[in-house]
Design a protein around this ligand. Structure first.
Ligand code: SF4
Ligand code: SF4
Length: 435
């Protein structure tokens, strides 16, 4: 079958060979974790522990602050030693006592036949599961379908188009049954009849494995996708798999589709079958480290400990990024903890670090226009934002930008287009709040 794809996009260096054949394995637990109480899109969670409290692995330490919010659980057993502010966030510091004492409010179920769609939504909500591809949108909200909407299709995003990252690839190869169970659970929760797993063709072993275990299921299809960035963007994935377009300003839900990440599907499976809350996740630690790896690490583990477990920096680090090179965030401190949204820790050496301080003038080459998967004119948006013409930028599709960074990647003048567009979006949101 021919691999499918979307219009536009780019072909960055993927560098996945550093870790794509390295099996997932468990990172050593840290002596202390730093757990932020806001690790999701939506309202912050509300603390329910105090300094001096003893907590178990998986115990809830902060309660969702509303429907669009998520519970937060401890990733280790031990004493809460501090509640403090770090990077403008409330974080809970827990000293790991090394025990494996567990606590959960969830029951374990053997099969999907034992749970209703409403049970699945409740389990996802209680487990604090959010989109693990980096979006961190609370997953129970995604499968709570409003009465005026109908979902017929669930797509699992196995594209993993972000360079360097390989955890979704490894999960499809090593945990295929959990991926499939998670997809079926999401389909049941959303009352969808058809499921797809879109996988880029640079993961042939994952395509083969997922095809093998879905071969007797006529309602689930594995779709090979061309290797192109941002193939895993929700709208691009839907365009590729279903040849349907999500309308400007709309959501996949508007055309009857729910998209979820591979890691999210695995977390949903573990919550249903093991009663496990979301307190650890897979992370690719890669780039300029001596032994790049795919680790399963506890939420709240400091970045530096994971780099240490990968035998430290290789050469002089230029930048440490949480996530991938296209959409990740550069870190100012190595004691920052990994969170539910951390799919990777990428170390770039000095040579690989693009220097935006040397940005030149726009030479009107139109490279940014040619690659934009949403058909925006990034250079025009940036100029409108600069002139504070935010309403005009909105009319030109400012809020449709998916912040993929393709425009910045191809700009020969090193203009930070995506950063300026993000700033414009923030300005527009602030203006709307004021109004
Ligand atoms: S304008 Fe937005 S969507 Fe278009 S290439 Fe740039 S970052 Fe991606
Ligand atoms: S890619 Fe850069 S230089 Fe070329 S038109 Fe866009 S902003 Fe201008």
């Amino acid at each position: 079958m021919e691999a499918k794809t979307f219009q536009q996009g780019i072909h960055p260096h993927y560098n996945k060979e550093l870790t794509n054949q390295k099996p997932l394995h468990r990172a050593e637990d840290p002596e202390e974790v730093l757990i932020p109480i806001q690790q999701h899109i939506g309202a912050p969670a509300q603390l329910i522990v105090e300094v001096g409290d003893e907590v178990a692995v998986g115990e809830k330490i902060a309660e969702a602050g509303g429907f669009v919010s998520a519970n937060i659980h401890s990733s280790v057993a031990g004493e809460v030693t501090a509640i403090e502010e770090k990077n403008e966030q409330v974080v809970v510091k827990i000293k790991n006592d090394g025990s494996t004492k567990q606590k959960t409010n969830l029951e374990a179920h053997d099969s999907l036949a034992d749970v209703t769609s409403s049970d699945i939504r409740d389990i996802i909500q209680e487990a604090g599961i959010v989109g693990l591809g980096g979006a961190t949108f609370p997953s129970h909200v995604k499968v709570s379908i409003p009465e005026d909407k109908n979902v017929d299709t669930v797509i699992l995003n196995g594209a993993e188009c972000e360079p360097y990252l390989t955890i979704d690839h490894r999960m499809m190869v090593e945990m295929a049954e959990k991926v499939l169970f998670g997809l079926e659970a999401i389909m049941k929760a959303a009352d969808a009849q058809k499921g797809y797993i879109g996988i880029e063709v640079n993961k042939p072993d994952a395509i083969e494995k997922m095809r093998e275990i879905t071969s007797d299921q006529s309602n689930i299809e594995v779709v090979p996708l061309k290797v192109k960035y941002p193939q895993g963007g929700e709208k691009q994935l839907i365009e590729s798999v279903l040849e349907k377009e999500v309308p400007s300003g709309g959501l996949p839900l508007d055309i009857g589709v729910v998209v979820n990440n591979i890691g999210t599907a695995v977390a949903i499976t573990e919550a249903i079958t093991e009663g496990k809350n979301l307190f650890e996740r897979a992370v690719t630690v890669t780039g300029a480290v001596n032994n790049p790896q795919n680790l399963i690490a506890k939420v709240g583990t400091p970045i530096e400990e994971l780099i240490e477990q990968c035998d430290g920096f290789k050469g002089q680090p230029g930048k440490v990024i949480m996530g991938g090179p296209m959409t990740g965030k550069a870190q100012n401190r190595l004691d920052n903890p990994i969170t539910k949204g951390t799919s990777g820790i990428l170390v770039l050496d000095e040579e690989e670090t693009k220097d935006y301080s040397e940005a030149g003038p726009c030479i009107r080459c139109a490279n940014c226009v040619d690659v934009c998967p949403i058909n925006l004119v990034p250079t025009r948006l940036v100029n409108l934002v600069k002139e504070d013409m935010i309403e005009e930028a909105e009319e030109d599709g400012l809020m449709d930008c998916i912040e993929c960074g393709s425009c910045s990647y191809v700009c020969p003048s090193n203009i930070e287009l995506v950063q300026r567009i993000k700033l414009g979006k923030e300005k527009l949101r602030a203006k709307k709040r004021e109004q």
